[in-house]
Design a protein around this ligand. Structure first.
Ligand SMILES: NC(=O)c1ccc[n+]([C@@H]2O[C@H](COP(=O)([O-])OP(=O)(O)OC[C@H]3O[C@@H](n4cnc5c(N)ncnc54)[C@H](O)[C@@H]3O)[C@@H](O)[C@H]2O)c1
Length: 407
């Protein structure tokens, strides 16, 4: 299949592009490299020394004999360019990773909130409108987040996207009929940041285009991705994947492992009572492949899969890593507005039914990530570890650089 990977220079997009290429698909990456510029804005960098896009793609070709295309293009800004790209490449599948994905970054200031909304919602809508304008029958696979559901329980397992409800029937004048009518709705959203809000808005755009234009769309509600290597990124050191550890982009489990590796106390926010969904990066690439192989039909509603393999309480993860590594814990004030403690039960039945064999948290894998972090520890800037982005107006961060100025 011919596959465009939007955002294919990023943490998830790069290993997914390599995996799809390894499987024999004809892959082209489209990325505006905004993530690399945000590193410059924040004065941080991937812990692992990632190569320039063309260099890593050349290394892939040298290592495997397979080629991957690359186009630098801003999907949110250059709509015409994207339509032209679709018309030229005529993909069977578009995998859409191309959004600003850090909740803390999205809450830094009004500038960052506006950038995240503009970038993510425009990117998604441009992709949808362009597929219609180019008149292609493309399967769009989008990376969403478990965060659209919010983090809590409603006395039930969170279903995969849709909630079946029964509503009391009424006549037009409001008289109860005594009947219970079956309805299906998107599971009520409860985003905890502007970033998560963009994924909620994405969902509604998808529902509209699936209904109105019969586009084939799969939305993957993904948990927090941990790990850094996949089978493909390990083939050559020039293929190394990015590893974010800073207070904005570092995600909780990778951050803890990095902190343990460099001898920094594990920064547990609040009581550490937050329960979150996780997936290892190797399973992430497998899930994307499974989603591609199982498309909806034209006219079907959007397929929504919960892309997680396990849930853990943050405090328990921190304690486990302390046990393995001898690191110590430090409870720090929580910069986010969220429940101090929550449970989380979510279904991931679709991927299990499709044959996913989950790679769950094991001491061996945790150690492997910690070793990667240890190997590149001399590249770490410890001043970037604390999470400085506050959810409320009482902020301690300085005035941010406008994204447009860093382009
Ligand atoms: N990393 C996680 O733990 C995680 C968890 C759940 C969901 N997701 C979702 O998966 C997707 C990928 O996440 P990631 O961790 O790889 O993020 P990332 O920031 O590493 O990668 C995103 C890529 O998209 C590119 N991009 C952003 N806006 C663009 C635009 N307008 N035009 C072209 N390219 C653009 C960036 O330059 C970057 O290379 C995101 O949509 C994210 O919301 C990630």
């Amino acid at each position: 299949m011919r596959i465009l990977v939007l955002g294919g220079d990023g943490f998830c997009g790069w290993p997914a592009a390599l995996h799809l290429s390894q499987l024999g698909h004809d892959v082209e990456i489209v990325d505006n490299l905004s993530r690399r510029r945000i590193d410059e804005e924040l004065g941080t960098d991937s812990l692992t020394p990632i190569r320039a896009p063309r260099e890593r793609i050349a290394a892939w070709s040298e290592t495997t004999g397979r080629s991957i295309g690359f186009t630098e293009l801003d999907i949110a800004e250059d709509y015409d360019g994207f339509v032209a790209l679709l018309a030229r490449s005529r993909p069977d599948v578009v995998v859409h990773f191309a959004e600003q994905r850090a909740a803390p970054y999205s809450m830094k200031s009004a500038t960052h909130k506006r950038y995240t909304i503009d970038n993510n919602v425009n990117a998604t809508h441009n992709v949808l409108a362009a597929i219609v304008e180019a008149d292609l029958d493309v399967h769009l696979v989008h990376l969403g987040t478990m965060g659209v559901y919010g983090y809590g329980t409603a006395g039930m397992r969170i279903p995969e996207g849709y909630l079946d409800v029964k509503v009391p029937g009424e006549t037009p004048d409001g008289t109860p009929t005594g009947e219970l009518i079956d309805q299906t709705m998107l599971y009520p959203s409860n985003p905890g940041s502007i970033y998560h809000m963009t994924k909620v808005l994405d969902q509604h755009l998808f529902a509209f285009y699936a209904k109105n234009d019969k586009l084939r769309i799969t939305d993957l509600h993904q948990g927090i991705v941990w790990g850094t290597h996949t089978e493909e990124t390990e083939l050559d050191e020039r293929l190394v994947n990015r590893f974010d550890y800073d207070g904005d982009y570092g995600t909780v489990l990778n951050r803890f492992l990095m902190q343990a590796a460099v001898g920094y106390p594990l920064t547990v926010h609040g009581t550490g009572g937050q329960t979150r969904a996780f997936i290892h990066i190797q399973d992430m690439v497998r899930c994307v492949t499974l989603a591609i192989d199982n498309p909806p039909a034209n006219g079907d509603r959007v397929k929504i899969f919960n892309q997680l393999t396990e849930t853990h309480r943050v405090r328990d993860l921190a304690e486990l890593i302390c046990e393995i590594s001898g690191a110590r814990l430090e409870f720090v004030p929580n910069p986010r507005q969220e429940s101090a403690e929550n449970d989380l039960y979510a279904s991931n039945a679709t991927f299990l039914d499709l044959g996913l064999e989950p790679t769950t948290l094991s001491q061996g894998l945790l150690k492997e990530v910690e070793q990667t972090a240890r190997r590149f520890a001399d590249r770490a800037d410890l001043t970037k570890i604390p999470a400085a982005s506050l959810w409320t107006r009482d902020r301690s961060v300085g005035a941010p650089t406008r994204i447009a100025d860093t382009a």
